[in-house]
Write a protein that binds this ligand. Sequence first.
Ligand SMILES: Cc1cc2nc3c(=O)[nH]c(=O)nc-3n(C[C@H](O)[C@H](O)[C@H](O)COP(=O)(O)OP(=O)(O)OC[C@H]3O[C@@H](n4cnc5c(N)ncnc54)[C@H](O)[C@@H]3O)c2cc1C
Length: 390
Amino acid sequence: MALDSESFDILLATVQRFIRERLIPAENDLEEHDEVAAELVEAMKELGLFGLTVPEEYGGIGLSVSQEVQVNFELGRTAPAFRSVFGTNIGIGSQGILMDGTPEQKASYLPRVASGELIMSFALTEPDAGSDAASLKTRAELVTGSDGDHYVLNGTKRYFTNAPRAGAFTLMARTGGPGAPGVSSFIVPADLPGIQLGKKDKKMGQRGTMTCDVILDNVRVPAANIIGGEPGQGFKTAMKVLDRGRLNISAVACGIAQRVLDESTRYARERKQFGKALGEFQLIQAMLADSQAELLAGWALVREVAERFDRKPAQRSDPDVSMRVSCAKLFCTEMAGRVADRAVQIHGGAGYINEYPVERFYRDVRLLRLYEGTTQIQQLIIGRDLVGRA
Ligand SMILES: Cc1cc2nc3c(=O)[nH]c(=O)nc-3n(C[C@H](O)[C@H](O)[C@H](O)COP(=O)(O)OP(=O)(O)OC[C@H]3O[C@@H](n4cnc5c(N)ncnc54)[C@H](O)[C@@H]3O)c2cc1C
């Protein structure tokens, strides 16, 4: 699946213009109000951003992974909260249906996901199950009634991105015994009785994104809403979804690194000390150079892994690709943290002041090393793969 290259070039140029002309000028407003303006959300729908990765047959644009990472690099040049509005629709919220859903599930959900009519989000994490996601406790008990088979869900999901905006969740719950084989993925409409949202989390950065707890109290979900129709496959689905998600976070990390490097270069040219522009001092040039080299290395890695991703069958997971995805997430998110830190340093005191974008990105970028698998979890995946192969 891929968009033809001519159409893709037009799309990329349109997205670049939208970011430059509409999103970057709205960053201060976003930071102040902790909310993405409704007219920007409408503009995102018109551009087709909610359906970037949904195949054309379901009304989307149908980008390949190689194309998706390029769009995400561009989106990294502005506040991550803008991408977050549709990020779960093109990523972790809907990919489970796309990869493993039944034809009926795809036909029923994907067109609404692509248009932005339906926001979907992804619920794996729980209060006692973060990095150890396979230990999740949310229970799904099968009951047979006059209205057909249902599962009754009980539990709490945590740090659930876009839950307050979502019309439906891709939600992992335990239908069987302990560990990964006991987990199933459900499509859960957000308005079912028994679903309660906790209060919105106050976060270090990424203002304008929304996370909260979701409490499930005897929520009846039709058995037909198990993704793929077969219980016990949900953890595998979740891991496949996260593989693609992690690569796209790596691309966003590179885009953020590019933005803060651009901000730093501009500042180094303009700001004068000791009678010279900062950029003339070799110690400043060294920081810029380290950032440029690391950014190019990270971006080359993302592009290479994306091509491998596109060469493998979409439904199948490939341990070698997963290991490389983890390398990209580990390197690029840590790299973006270092680049943002140097950007603050190059700005001096101004880097600590809220009106300069690098202050905001310094906080925003911190999350990338935590969600969709922490740096340590990526190290474990890579290490296990290497030792296992020996
Ligand atoms: C803003 C935000 C948005 C999020 N969005 C979503 C979402 O939409 N859906 C969702 O399901 N989840 C979401 N998450 C959850 C996120 O994926 C988890 O927070 C993350 O996976 C880490 O889990 P944890 O917070 O429980 O940390 P823990 O697992 O408790 O880890 C704490 C520390 O211990 C380390 N650690 C854990 N196990 C090991 C080990 N075996 N070896 C070495 N070190 C280890 C970790 O790397 C970390 O440094 C979000 C989180 C945040 C903060």
